[in-house]
Write a protein that binds this ligand. Structure first.
Ligand code: FAD
Ligand code: NDP
Length: 455
């Protein structure tokens, strides 16, 4: 859409293997960098009606000759281009390939397959500890779930152990009584917790280093969910390959976990990340690939091939990033990159200069896990900061979890779980890099209206 509206006189072709296009709906700019929206599948005609200069070709791209500026589609078409943007996304990085008992979840088809298999399953094993696993274990009902997590706490790609511990009760069969207790703490990672009791309603220390869920033994949550932390899948055996004891039951597949335990199940969901879709159709060209397999792009979203840009999950941002931004393969970044790539392509055609967009200044993501609103900003997990940081935490059981990452007294990241209403203020504090040393003790004081404070 960005290209089509920048160049109403140019022909814009969208080639997609999917029968529907993904459209952004209910877009809301929450703050300078935070945006919230839904992704909906719509028929391609919607795009063509809005932008008459867009033609949608529904076929997969089979091959590309970047040096000749042409590509071929599976349905036998040859398409020439002046500028090309590759947005072929990523696919699940499965534990093992070509194993009918291992499913990945990616698109409508794979979700339908998952639902079909789930409807007759008695037990499934979920492997992985990121976005998909978090969503899945919360949603699945009517089937036993064994969740094998190789870390000490759940949700390692989004949270630290503190946030994980805050979220665990949402997975418990019986929610704890609503004895909301607000605890505040300040601690540095090298020194361990260094609590204070100066102002929260109950004050006191809140440590997150070890909890009842870090035992390494399975924990039963919600009756049907068993969480096995610090262990993951080491091998798979199908029924025929394993001596099945009649007491164990004849499951179609058995998973051996790294703790030695063997778990039988109907199928395994491998929610273990993604790999960029760069193979097959891009072979024979000279694309530089990043370590994670993505197409390397510069600050113009340009790949190493002339006139070929890339955006979204397929690319790896290889420019010198802002100190507060990192790439994560998310809708938010796919939308921002696609929009910016369109602007770069237009600017290059018009030989106009273009600067890296402001949205790449600060990492910002808003989502929902376990029915809680989750906002993550900047270096939310102190990524790349080593020991050079300090954490401030406020936690009110069942209500909110707030974590701030400070470096040299300046805020560089935050995790906000629940309706904290702090996102805009914290975003500003991160962007303006104000020295917060004098305010550190009050920053998370729940009795202070922080927005007013910094007005
Ligand atoms: C189950 C699940 C839940 C998620 N939930 C969230 C969430 O809540 N929030 C969030 O921010 N992110 C979420 N994500 C991540 C998000 O979906 C991706 O980051 C985003 O879709 C990437 O967009 P993209 O356009 O780069 O790639 P995709 O959305 O994967 O689109 C790539 C398109 O390219 C097409 N394609 C591929 N190869 C070819 C070819 N050779 N020829 C023609 N077409 C081709 C595909 O058919 C597809 O339509 C989720 C991901 C999954 C799997
Ligand atoms: N609400 C949201 O924002 C959502 C976002 N998404 C996005 O969709 C994409 C796909 O999601 P997902 O597949 O969950 O990917 P993620 O990258 O989020 O998580 C993958 C998880 O699997 C772990 N892992 C990798 N290999 C193994 C292994 N061999 N054994 C055990 N664990 C392993 C990773 O650990 P480690 O990190 O240590 O490698 C990580 O915890 C991601 O980009 C994700 O951000 C998905 C759903 C919801």
């Amino acid at each position: 859409p960005q290209l089509a509206s920048d160049f109403p006189s140019a022909e814009v072709g969208l080639i997609t293997a999917a029968s529907h296009i993904k459209a952004v709906a209910n877009f809301k700019q929450v703050s300078q960098t935070l945006e919230e929206f839904d992704v909906e599948e719509r028929p391609p005609s919607v795009l063509q009606e809005k932008y008459p200069n867009v033609t949608v070709f529904q076929s997969a791209v089979r091959s590309l000759q970047a040096d000749q500026h042409t590509l071929q589609t599976e349905d036998g078409r040859s398409v020439g281009y002046e500028k090309l943007c590759i947005c072929s996304g990523a696919r699940p990085k499965l534990l093992t390939q070509d194993q009918p008992y291992v499913l990945g979840v990616r698109d409508t088809d794979s979700v339908q397959e998952f639902q079909k298999r789930l409807s007759s399953a008695k037990r499934i094993v979920v492997v992985g500890n990121g976005g998909i696993a978090l969503e899945l274990v919360f949603e699945v009902r009517g089937c036993e779930v064994v969740w094998a997590v190789k870390d000490k706490a759940i949700g390692n790609t989004f949270f630290d152990a503190g946030a994980a511990q805050f979220l665990i009760p949402s997975l418990e069969a019986q929610r704890p009584p609503r004895d909301a207790v607000c605890k505040r703490a300040r601690y540095t990672t090298e020194q361990g917790p260094e609590g204070n009791s100066d102002g929260g309603p109950e004050g006191g220390l809140h440590t997150f280093t070890a909890g009842p869920y870090h035992t390494g033994h399975p924990t039963t949550l919600r009756g049907h969910l068993q969480l096995v932390e610090e262990f993951t899948c080491s091998s798979l055996r199908t029924k025929g390959q394993l001596m099945v004891s009649p007491t164990v039951g004849a499951w179609p597949v058995y998973v051996r976990l790294t703790n030695g335990r063997t778990v039988g199940c109907d199928f395994i969901v491998s929610a273990t990340g993604v790999v960029p879709n760069t193979d097959a159709f891009l072979q024979g060209n000279n694309f530089s690939l990043a370590e994670d397999g993505g197409l390397r792009v510069d600050d113009h979203m340009m790949t190493s091939e002339r006139d070929v840009y890339a955006a979204g999950d397929v690319c790896s941002a290889c420019w010198e990033p802002s100190a507060l931004w990192q790439q994560m393969r998310l809708w938010t970044q796919a939308r921002q990159m696609g929009w910016f790539a369109g602007r770069c392509m237009a600017a290059d055609v018009l030989t106009q200069p273009i600067e890296l967009d402001f949205c790449f200044e600060l990492f910002a993501h808003i989502t929902k896990f376990f029915n809680y609103k989750v906002v993550i900003l900047g270096k939310f997990n102190a990524q790349g900061l080593g020991a050079d940081h300090e954490l401030l935490v406020r936690c009110t059981k069942g209500q909110e979890y707030v974590k701030v990452v400070l470096r040299g007294g300046k805020m560089v990241g935050a995790v906000l779980v629940g309706e904290t209403d702090l996102e805009e203020t914290f975003e500003n504090l991160i962007l303006n890099q104000m020295d917060l040393t004098p305010y550190k003790d009050e920053l998370l004081n729940p009795n202070i209206d922080i927005e007013d404070y910094f007005d």
